[in-house]
Design a protein around this ligand. Structure first.
Ligand code: KG4
Ligand code: ZN
Length: 359
């Protein structure tokens, strides 16, 4: 069965055609137009600009993906959650294709798409019950998935998403958008214990998160301290060297130390709460997905803890290219919905920017 998937909920217009059967889903053709270079100038995604760029790109992308390919049997599209300006573009394109080509239509929840992104790697299949940590620029949720297609949110962020926190703190350091990959790159060369950032809500007896306090504490730290210069002048080098010669401890905290300590704080909270959910649910699979799942420290931390403490649970995360928003993951989710005859009429489909993953 050939399924065309369309994703436009944030700053990537992405279309994919997959061949899906009980053997799995295989990508026949896919194309993504990223808007990052445009939004970078503003330090974050500007919804009006995002909508306009999705509208410019969606038809050429669909044409490119379908070129020299078999006609799809089904259309799947992200209907929410996300930015309404982008969702509308994808939903209208899918609705039009469904009507003109007389194809069944499937409305996919974006977060459900992220969960299924792990199945885009050969041989990776979610076994149920599963627990998923979906962590991106807009979401941070721990989800219990008792069986395919049924989702119960155990906990979520009360304020900023983890990716948003990475992005905002990166901005404080004058790093370009999106900040997550920049921080994790710098963190590789830093000391994780250089700054003792708070681990918000880690002791609370629930699965919820809060990241705005962590962001504020990063802001206050930068207000009250000075990071070691990135490219110190000769004079600066002499001055940083002199106090140690005089027996005065300086040990200035570098930008790398700051990033490593900050990344460690976020990782500790995400991993602690996720492992608590694993302990409670005892799932067959733990899924880590969403843009922040590209973070090496988080992937390694969960992998290590699962294999040491919960060997009966299998840990799955997506290939790096499928951590970010993409049409292929929406297509896989669409395939599973088609197996349950979960279609939506083209007249009835609606973009829902606040569509909760509780169904
Ligand atoms: O899933 P996604 O592409 O879009 C949303 O649905 O939000 O996620 C984008 C988010 C951004 O906040 C970005 O900074 C974050 O994922 N991200 C990372 C890394 N790569 C992307 N955060 C931490 N470490 C990374 N390596
Ligand atoms: Zn996403």
């Amino acid at each position: 069965m050939k399924i065309l998937g369309i994703e436009s909920s944030c700053d990537d217009t992405s279309v994919a055609l997959l061949d899906c059967s009980e053997k799995g889903c295989f990508v026949l053709s896919e194309k993504t137009a990223s808007q990052i270079e445009v939004h970078k100038k503003y330090g974050g995604v500007v919804p009006e600009i995002a909508g306009r760029l999705h509208a410019e790109k969606i038809v050429p992308l669909i044409e490119e993906v379908l070129k020299d390919q078999p006609k799809p049997d089904i259309i799947a599209v992200t209907a929410g959650p996300g930015l309404i300006t982008g969702l509308i573009v994808g939903v209208e394109a899918a609705r039009t294709l469904s009507y003109t080509l007389k194809l069944p239509l499937i409305a996919v929840n974006h977060l459900q798409g992220h969960v299924y992104s792990v199945e885009l790697s050969a041989g990776q299949k979610i076994e149920y019950p599963a627990v998923a940590l979906v962590v991106s620029g807009g979401h941070t949720e721990i989800v219990h998935i008792p069986e395919a297609g049924s989702y119960k949110v155990l906990g979520a962020t009360k304020d900023d998403a983890a990716g948003e926190c990475f992005d905002k703190v990166a901005k404080l350091l004058d790093l370009p958008y999106p900040g997550g990959p920049q921080i994790s790159k710098l963190a590789l060369a830093g000391k994780t214990d250089a700054i003792n950032f708070p681990r918000p809500m880690i002791k609370d007896n629930n699965f919820d998160f809060s990241f705005s306090g962590l962001k504020t504490s990063a802001l206050y730290w930068l207000r009250d301290h000075k990071l070691a210069a990135v490219n110190p002048t000769i004079l600066g080098k002499i001055f940083s060297w002199m106090p140690s010669k005089l027996g005065i401890s300086t040990d200035p905290i570098t930008r790398e130390d700051f990033c490593a300590s900050f990344e460690q704080a976020i990782t500790d909270v995400l991993a602690f709460k996720t492992l608590k959910a694993v302990e409670k649910i005892k799932p067959k699979t733990l899924v880590l997905a969403g843009g922040v799942s590209a973070n090496k420290k988080l992937r390694e931390c969960l992998q290590k803890n699962i294999s040491e403490n919960f060997p009966e649970t299998k840990f799955l995360c997506p290939e790096l290219k499928y951590c970010m928003d993409n049409g292929a993951m929406i297509t896989v989710a669409g395939y599973y919905q088609s197996q349950k005859n979960n279609y939506t009429n083209w007249q009835d489909i609606k973009a829902d920017p606040n569509w909760h993953l509780n169904f």
